[in-house]
Design a protein around this ligand. Structure first.
Ligand SMILES: [Zn+2]
Length: 137
């Protein structure tokens, strides 16, 4: 495997189920048992009702572009990829996830549409970590 030059997240106990799923190509999302709402990012307390009864569900991996920006400057391994597009994704199950958006042309931002459908994909960064990216469909 080629050396991965971008930052690699360090899973912690709150986010471990997400990272375990990502290794298998599954988008795992935390959902509150009390109010039944999905939230992102993973945390111990539901941001909607403050319950600490959180379960994990396998998400559909489907969503829509909420908003986006073209990045012309970046540090480290990301500098090699400029320009690239970052976006907030409205998850089908609820809440939003920040991502590097793939399958779009950063030199033609007028062709990127808020509300356009996207699908999740995973990139192996190390033996322990695969990172979720979203791709325009
Ligand atoms: Zn809740």
């Amino acid at each position: 495997m080629a050396e991965y030059t971008k930052p690699i997240p360090e899973p912690d106990p709150d986010s471990a189920p997400f990272w375990e799923g990502a290794k298998e190509g599954k988008l795992m999302l935390p959902r509150c048992v009390k109010c039944n709402r999905v939230h992102w990012y993973p945390r111990l307390i539901c941001p909607h009702c403050h319950s600490m009864d959180i379960e994990w569900i396998e998400g559909s991996g489907e969503g829509w572009i909420h908003t986006f920006a073209v990045q012309h400057r970046a540090f480290g391994g990301w500098a090699e990829e400029t320009p690239f597009v970052t976006a907030y994704i409205d998850l089908k199950e609820g809440d939003r996830m920040f991502t590097v958006l793939r399958g779009v042309d950063p030199n033609k931002p007028e062709e990127i549409k808020c509300g356009a459908p996207v699908k999740v994909e995973f990139e192996k960064a190390s033996d322990d970590v695969s990172i979720a990216f979203w791709r325009a469909v």
